[in-house]
Structures are given as C-alpha cells and as structure tokens.
Design a protein around this ligand. Structure first.
Ligand code: ATP
Ligand code: MG
Length: 570
C-alpha cells in the first residue's frame, strides 16, 4: 500500500486510536487472523463519492496501512438497475486522489455471481433456502411488524427438488420480475426483522454494467456482501451503524455455508455534516433536477465537487482524522472542515493579487508611459516558494470597498487626504475623485511617494491600511465564483416537520462576479493549484476557465468561524 504523497504539505495531527483500531490491535495480539489485516472499501457504483465516503476510505485504508495489511476496493455492483461505469471510474479517480492505492486489490461483487449462485444452490440442497411465490404485497403482510411475529410463507416447505427446479428456471429467465424470489429459511418469529426469511435472490431483467445480460437473477446486498468479504478473506468488515441489525444475518449466512473465512463485521457512526446532505439519493436528485451543475459542482459535498472547489486531499484526510470514529451518530459542523482546509491552504497556497470589484485609481505624479516590475514574495511562510514580479503602472485597480469618500471613524483604507500602502508597491495618498453625472465614482486620483518603493517608508512613517491592487494595463479579466453553504439550515435532513430538504437550498449559494481583474502571473495558473488572493480568501482555477476569460472558484474565505466559536467556548 502506498502512503499518501509525502511531498504534500500536511497539517500535523496525532493519529488517535479508536474502538475499531483497538479491536484490530487485539486480534493481532491473539493472532486471530494469523497476523493478517485485510479491510475493504465497498462502494455501490450508483453515484459519486462524498465526504462521508472519505471517512470510510481513510478508516479502511488507514487501518490496513498502519498494520502492513491490505485494503481492497470492491464495487458492490449487485443492483444493475442503478449502476453505471461512469460511477465506477469516478470512484477510482476519487480514491486515488485522496491518496490511497488498492494496488492489485480491485474487485467487483459481480465477479462472484457464479460462486454466489453455487452457494445458493448449496443452501437449497441443505433446506436452508426456498423459492417463494408470494407477491411483494403478501410478503410484506406475512413479515409481521416490530411488535408482531411474522407468518410462515405457504411455500416454505417446498421439496428440495422443486426449489432447485424453480431456482434454475428463475436463472434461465422463464419468469417475470417479481414472480419468485429465493429466501433464506431462518425464523419468521425472530424479533429481528432481518432474520425473518430474508430474500437473497430476485429476478431482475436488467443489463448489468459488467456481466451484460448473462444473469437475470441478482443476489441481494446482505447475501452478496458477507460472501464477498469471505471470498476475499477480509478480516475486519467495517460498515456504518445502519447495518448493526444485519450483523446476525451476516453471521448466519457464513455459518450455515461453513465457509472457512468468517470476517468480523464492525459498525461505526456515519458522518453527518451541517448545512449539507450526504445521501446519494438526495445528491443524485440535486444533479438530475439541475439544482446544481453536476456531481462536481463546487457546492457539492462530493469528492469531485470538493476537488473542483479547491480542497486538498490533505485537508480532507486531516478532517477525517480529527472527527474520529465513534459508535454514536452526531453532526459535525461544516466550519470544522473549513477550518482544517484554511490551515492546510495557509501552508501551501501562493499569495497573489486579484481585485474582485474594481475601482480605477490614477496616480497623477507617476510618469505617463512608464512601468516597472516589483518583487513580491509568493508565500511569506515558506521561503522555498520564492518571489515573482508584479507589474506596476500609472493606473491601477483597487477594490471598490477599499475607498470611501466620507469614511466613518476607524476606516483605515483609502479616502480623500488619507495615505495607504499598496502591497509590494508604494504609499499613495488620495487627492481627488472623479464622478459621473449621477454621482457615481468613476476614478480616484492619488499621488505616490517614490521613496516608499516595495511598500516601506524609510522614515518609518506609519500607515494603517494595506491594499491589494492590479495594474490596469497588465490585469487579466476574470470571472470569480463565490460560494456559500448549499443549505441554509444546519440539518436540512430533518424531515420530521414534513418539509422537503430542498426547501432549505440556499438561494445565495453561488454568486458570480463578472468583471474581476487579476495579476498577470495567473495566466498560467494550473487547475487544482491553490492560491490566496490577498485579503479575499483561497481560490483555484475552475474547469470552465478560458484564455480570454479566466474563471476562479473561491475555495474558502479567510474568516474562520470555527476558530471564533472555539475561542468563545473556552
Ligand atoms: P447512501 O446511503 O448515501 O446511498 P451508501 O452507504 O449506500 O450511501 P455505499 O456506496 O454503499 O453508499 O458506501 C460505501 C461505503 O461507504 C460503505 O461502507 C458505507 O458504510 C460508507 N459510507 C457511506 N456513507 C457514509 C458516511 N456518511 N459516513 C461514513 N461512511 C459512509
Ligand atoms: Mg450502502
């Protein structure tokens, strides 16, 4: 197994133990699996991965990594009606991007269809499974409820021969979908509903993304999953809490089939994050109904969305380590994810200047037709990041919000008569304002002090404000996309009040600024490279970018609401 790219700058975290890592450690001490550790990450290829999956990926690959074990990537592709190759490919891309590698251990549950079928035949022969002809409606009625036991199906005592014949004919495609199912013969009075003769095979006349039309019976998840784990000799089968009640069935199937590898299923609480949804069904709905531009819309909590937004794999891994692994469901504040992101970007993002809402400034005493190049450090926290040249000339843009004609007390930016520092350049003082007929400010006139080149005055004269800027002549046009959380409500999933989660979609989640001006060094900005636009936050180039109009996403602003709440709490 490869460890995450060491050259990446990673925020230091202490890798704390948790109850799953303790189980693994104890099993190593007792030599339960002869010293082996084998885990798996088993996505169903019916959507793109999200940050919840990242938690599972970090946990499974992490445990394998720490114990010189292996972690398999297994596609749980047992439901052909919802699965697609596009999803398989995106999942592989995302796991790799997060920094993990399954090496040769790539598997598909569909590779085991023949074996799973043979196991089913074995169960029939041993009277542990039967073909049931109840309709779906009847099956539900016979099942009972949490307070009432179920009733035996009238087909429960078919002979082995009859079951074998019917199952064979199901496989041959003789029957329509829903006509028959194969059920495990367990106990219709079990207090655990999962044990009331669960369906293990159904007829589905759908083409499978890998096996095509070869099969028209497909194994159910509970049946296929434990056997796939066993076939791959997984030692610890880690899943989310909703499978806790399925564990007796997991164990029953493996025990009854007397397989020689019986993995241990261990459940942990799934990740929930505030102001977003982490259900594939809901994410699919947002994509299909065009609430977002696609699975990789930068507002989506998908790995591809986070990547496009400018998240780094290190920031996501750090987050997954920090939230830990527990048995109890909880909601993690999205601010914690953003806090770790800022920490990581602060280390690795180069600083550049970009003006989002430009206001023209003319420097009256700067010689016309002249220009110069000023030296700017790329990252004050990292001497290896070097410097670059930034062109300066008589006309520049500053941020509209950095100028006020009649400033309130405590406004340290530019206003008539006030002096401010232009980052990396000079001190300037505002001398006049040019307006149009309706009183809008068209340009601001200033003078500069040539003695302050580089942004420092020799007489140590103090200025309180430092502004970012770009030279009008050299600036590149850009579109900048600013984002807010996708949902206004911390828990949009709370459907108790009968309100659909989409009601809470944030109408301001995307704001597009069309006339931004950025410094020329950004002409060659590569996709995925993080930048800090001074005073504006962290940004990265978007896929939609064109040479004539660059497009940037704001990954996250500079203000850290997590740090603030943390401080308050102390
Ligand atoms: P959904 O319920 O949204 O459809 P899923 O659990 O069915 O998601 P899978 O493709 O089956 O999606 O998930 C693959 C693995 O990722 C499973 O082991 C699952 O337990 C884990 N996983 C999915 N969502 C989360 C989450 N929010 N937090 C932690 N692990 C998760
Ligand atoms: Mg699942």
């Amino acid at each position: 197994m490869e460890t995450p790219n060491k050259s990446e700058k990673e925020t230091e975290t202490t890798s704390a133990s948790d109850f799953i890592r303790e189980i693994v450690a104890q099993d190593l001490v007792s030599n339960k699996h002869k010293g082996r550790v084998a885990t798996r990450f088993p996505p169903e290829p019916n959507g793109y991965l999200h940050i919840g999956h990242a938690k599972s990926i970090c946990l499974n690959f992490g445990i394998a990594n720490e114990n010189s074990g292996v972690c398999h990537l297994r596609f749980d592709d047992t439901n052909p009606s919802k699965e697609e190759t596009e999803y398989v490919e995106s999942i592989m891309t995302d796991v790799k991007w997060l920094g993990f590698n399954w090496n040769e251990h790539l598997y598909y549950a569909s590779d085991y269809f023949q074996k799973l079928y043979q196991y089913a035949v074995q169960m029939i022969k041993e009277s542990k499974a039967y073909v049931c002809g109840l309709s779906p409606q009847e099956t539900r009625e016979y099942r009972g409820t949490l307070t009432e036991p179920g009733k035996n199906s009238p087909y429960r005592d078919r002979s082995v021969e009859e079951n074998l014949d019917l199952f064979e004919r199901m496989k041959a495609g003789e029957f329509e979908e829903g006509k028959y199912v194969l059920r495990a013969k367990i106990d219709m009075t079990s207090p655990n509903l999962n044990m009331r003769d669960p369906v293990i095979y159904r007829i589905l006349k759908a083409s499978h993304h890998r096996t095509g039309d070869k099969w028209c019976i497909y194994p159910m998840y509970d049946y296929a999953h434990c056997l796939s784990d066993s076939i791959e000799r997984i030692t610890h089968s880690i899943c989310t809490l909703e499978f806790e009640d399925h564990r007796p069935l997991y164990d029953w199937i493996l025990d009854e089939l007397r397989v020689d590898a019986h993995p241990q299923q261990i459940e942990f609480a799934r990740l929930n994050i505030s102001n977003t949804v982490l259900s594939k069904r809901k994410l699919l709905e947002l994509v299909k109904q065009n609430y977002v531009s696609g699975w990789d819309d930068p507002r989506m909590p998908t790995i591809s969305g986070l990547r496009r937004r400018g998240y780094t794999p290190a920031a996501i891994r750090t987050f997954c380590e920090r939230i830990g692994v527990a048995k109890r469901e909880s909601m993690v504040e999205i601010a914690l994810l953003e806090h770790g992101l800022r920490e990581n970007l602060n280390l690795c993002a180069e600083r550049v200047m970009a003006v989002l809402n430009p206001l023209k400034v003319v420097i009256d005493n700067y010689p016309e037709g002249t220009e110069e190049e000023l030296e700017a450090v790329n990252n004050p926290g990292d001497t290896n990041a070097g410097t670059r040249k930034v062109p300066f000339s008589r006309e520049i843009y500053i941020e509209q919000s950095d100028f006020l004609e009649t400033p309130p007390k405590g406004f340290f930016r530019l206003s008539p008569g006030k002096e401010v520092r232009l980052k990396h350049a000079y001190y300037i003082t505002c001398v006049s304002v040019v307006k149009n007929e309706s009183g809008e400010i068209l340009e601001v006139h200033c003078t500069y002090d040539p003695e302050t080149r580089g942004g420092w005055s020799k007489d140590e004269r103090m200025v309180k404000g430092t502004l970012h800027w770009v030279s009008t002549k050299h600036a590149l046009d850009a579109e900048v996309r600013l984002y807010e959380h996708l949902f206004t409500k911390a828990n949009p999933n709370d459907e108790k009040d009968g309100v659909d989660y989409k009601t809470y979609l944030n109408p301001n989640s995307l704001q597009v600024l069309n006339s931004c001006k950025v410094e020329p060094s950004l002409a060659n900005a590569p996709l995925g490279k993080p930048y800090q636009f001074l005073r504006q936050g962290y940004f990265c180039l978007d896929l939609d970018s064109q040479t004539e109009k660059l497009v940037f996403n704001r990954t996250v602003g500079l203000k850290d609401s997590w740090a603030k709440t943390e401080k308050k709490g102390k």
